[in-house]
Design a protein around this ligand. Structure first.
Ligand code: MIC
Ligand code: SF4
Length: 641
């Protein structure tokens, strides 16, 4: 039977489950990655599983999010992570090396392999034809312990690219065009595969920009074929041996096809506060801008930085704004220094920051009150920048650099210069001195794991009872992101290894009273709309609400990774059979739900305050139900050993 790209990869990694869209399958995982903000929890869980060495082909622990180190907390986390990597056989990427996704693409991503990462932008590696998926830290821990990863067998959305991009239009505009068409829910249940003649006109970093931000469509992952362009990239990284060809069969069938004529794509911008609110830059041009940010795992490659430097060269950042730049990795920085591009950016007045996530996750460079910030990042959720009333627009590096010069949103096609023809080097500067390889067994076994006071013990949760009762302690709308549920930023991110402390900030942007109310009511229920839990993979968005006593989340629909995280931590994820019932429930209503063993029976929600009942549904497998009833995945794994 003719196969698409991920169907081929799934065939080779399939352990069990029916290959029918929507059915649960188990996959063998070849590689894993973590970053520091999700990593500490993932490794505490890995330790609790009790395996002596990681069982994957390759596992890497990166440090890129929590790099401000305004006190001991982040530094403690980094030492813990380094000692865990040494103890259990992982690569450790030292702080300062770069952003996990850019580094993984440079160093390890391999066509045809499976990769899961405790970060939702792990699909970046789809740029070289890997099946790379974001997952909760506990799922990554389980994969490191050799357990399969379970997903719903995806439908395949084929995006056919034709022709080539025009001058001043780049890969970011392509993914913004995809988001303009399918929005932040359009990819749910799908893997997005790119095909067609236009594919060969895009470099690997271009492809990685597209697969990276594909996450914002809600899809399971996105992937490009592995072809001659991929081979040239891997060769330039000194990794030609990692190349293998991966193409779809000629008559492969897609569940849905979207066609994008690259020549027709124009500079685009995602408007506040959703990556799906996309408009042409032309329509918005002229708007006064107070900040420009270039970087993040979407747009921090050498090509993107060189483009910004080329545009800025010999000029000065507009007086009315300030500009911050985070290159993606040391490899990128070393090239920028060698080519003179770094000097151009510095000379133009750009504030050159560390090779890390930085402002993308609110780690510094928060905009001023009410400011407009134009960024090459992938998310502009309310408050994520650190300034709740700032308006963040997401654009390409070309649009960002042109805007930085003019002080107002500018279509790069209006620049009075011609577009440069930037090509990637035949050989990248490969310097792996900050990527510590795994220690051999005989050395690893005597490494002591270092735990500072910021590393709190894992909370323990009890099995679920057959009936859940309590009040509605929060009611929220559609498209609630994990940044709403468990905000990040410089104040809260350093608490990621300490659940009791971080739980004090749950739903801070929505309702700052929530944590106290939840504790006072001894937990209860959260009611939500469509696409609940959109965005990041942070399991803290399930773990911290669980700590506060949330028993079930009842919504119109869930985002994939958050749904898995709720199950992993024993919060029952339920959906309304009739969306309209959402309107009938109010904050404070007393509810009870008999869940018993969850699968194979009708679930009824009794609203005792309104003296009425509603039907609920769910998409839980038998295994999910068992995990939930045991109190979550960690107790379940322990019960199996
Ligand atoms: C993000 O971009 O939101 C993050 C921060 O990288 C998260 C991970 C986290 O919350 O630590 C993600 O995308 O998964
Ligand atoms: Fe880091 Fe931002 Fe990428 Fe998340 S989206 S991994 S915070 S750069």
């Amino acid at each position: 039977m003719a196969r698409t790209l991920v169907q081929k990869i799934i065939d080779q990694h399939h352990i069990d489950g029916k290959k029918t869209p929507g059915q649960e399958i188990a996959l063998k995982i070849d590689q894993t990655l973590t970053q520091d903000a999700t990593g500490t929890m993932a490794y505490l869980q890995f330790e609790a599983i009790g395996v002596d060495r990681v069982k994957t082909d390759l596992s890497v622990s990166y440090v890129d999010h929590n790099t401000l180190q305004s006190d001991f907390k982040n530094a403690d986390d980094h030492r813990f992570l380094q000692s865990v990597a040494n103890r259990y056989g992982l690569y450790f990427s030292r702080p300062g090396n770069g952003i996990c996704h850019q580094l993984h693409l440079e160093n390890f991503a391999k066509p045809g392999t499976t990769l899961i990462g405790s970060d939702s932008h792990t699909p970046t590696a789809g740029g070289v034809g890997a099946m790379a998926m974001g997952a909760g830290g506990l799922d990554v821990a389980a994969a490191m312990a050799g357990m399969p990863f379970r997903i719903k067998y995806p439908k395949i959305m084929g995006i056919k690219l034709t022709h080539a991009l025009q001058d001043w239009v780049s890969a970011k505009d392509v993914i913004l065009e995809v988001l303009r068409r399918i929005d932040v829910k359009g990819g749910v249940g799908y893997v997005i595969e790119y095909f067609g003649d236009g594919v060969k006109t895009l470099s690997v970093p271009d492809r990685a920009t597209i697969t990276n931000m594909g996450t914002e469509t809600g899809c399971t992952t996105s992937i490009f074929p592995s072809d001659d362009v991929t081979r040239a990239f891997l060769k330039a990284e000194g990794r030609e041996a990692d190349f293998s060809e991966l193409l779809p069969d000629g008559d492969a069938a897609y569940d849905e096809i979207i066609e994008i004529d690259l020549a027709q794509v124009e500079p685009l911008a995602a408007c506040p506060h959703s990556p799906g609110k996309v408009k042409p830059v032309r329509e918005l041009a002229g708007m006064a801008v107070q900040q420009v940010g270039i970087g993040s795992c979407t747009n921090s490659s050498l090509r993107d930085m060189e483009m910004a430097a080329w545009i800025m060269g010999g000029q000065t950042v507009a007086e009315s704004l300030h500009m911050v730049v985070n290159p993606g990795s040391r490899q990128v920085v070393e090239h920028l220094i060698e080519s003179g591009a770094y000097r151009k950016l510095v000379a133009a007045g750009a504030r050159m920051l560390e090779n890390s996530c930085g402002a993308c996750i609110g780690m510094g460079a928060a905009p001023s009150s009410g400011a407009v910030s134009v960024r090459t990042y992938n998310r502009n959720f309310l408050g994520r920048s650190g300034t709740k009333d700032a308006d963040v627009y997401l654009v390409s590096p070309e649009t960002a650099a042109a805007t930085a010069l003019n002080g107002k949103l500018t279509d790069p096609r209006d620049l009075a210069v011609s577009c440069p023809d930037l090509s990637l080097p035949d050989r990248f500067i490969v310097n792996s001195n900050m990527m510590m390889p795994p220690l051999p067994d005989e050395k690893a076994c005597c490494v002591e794991v270092v735990r500072g006071p910021n590393i709190a013990p894992l909370p323990e949760f009890l099995p679920l009872s057959d009936t859940l009762s309590g009040q509605v302690i929060l009611k929220v709308e559609d498209d609630i992101t994990t940044d709403h549920i468990m905000p990040a930023g410089a104040k809260i991110l350093p608490l990621r290894s300490n659940i009791p402390e971080i739980s004090k900030f749950v739903f801070e942007v929505v309702d700052p009273e929530f944590p106290d109310r939840a504790l006072a009511k001894k937990g209860g229920f959260v009611i939500g709309g469509d696409n609940y839990g959109q965005g990041s993979s942070r399991e803290h968005a399930a773990l911290a609400p669980k700590y506060l006593g949330v028993k079930a989340v009842i919504v119109k629909s869930f985002a994939r990774i958050h749904l898995a995280n709720l199950i992993n931590f024993g919060i029952v994820p339920l959906t309304f059979e009739h969306s309209a019932d959402y309107d009938a429930i109010d904050l404070g209503d007393e509810l009870d739900i008999e869940i018993n063993d969850l699968v194979g029976r009708r679930i009824v929600l009794n609203n005792k305050t309104k003296n009425t009942a509603y039907n609920l549904t769910h998409s839980l497998s038998l295994l999910d139900a068992q995990i939930l009833k045991t109190g979550g995945k960690l107790p379940w794994i322990k019960s199996q050993v």
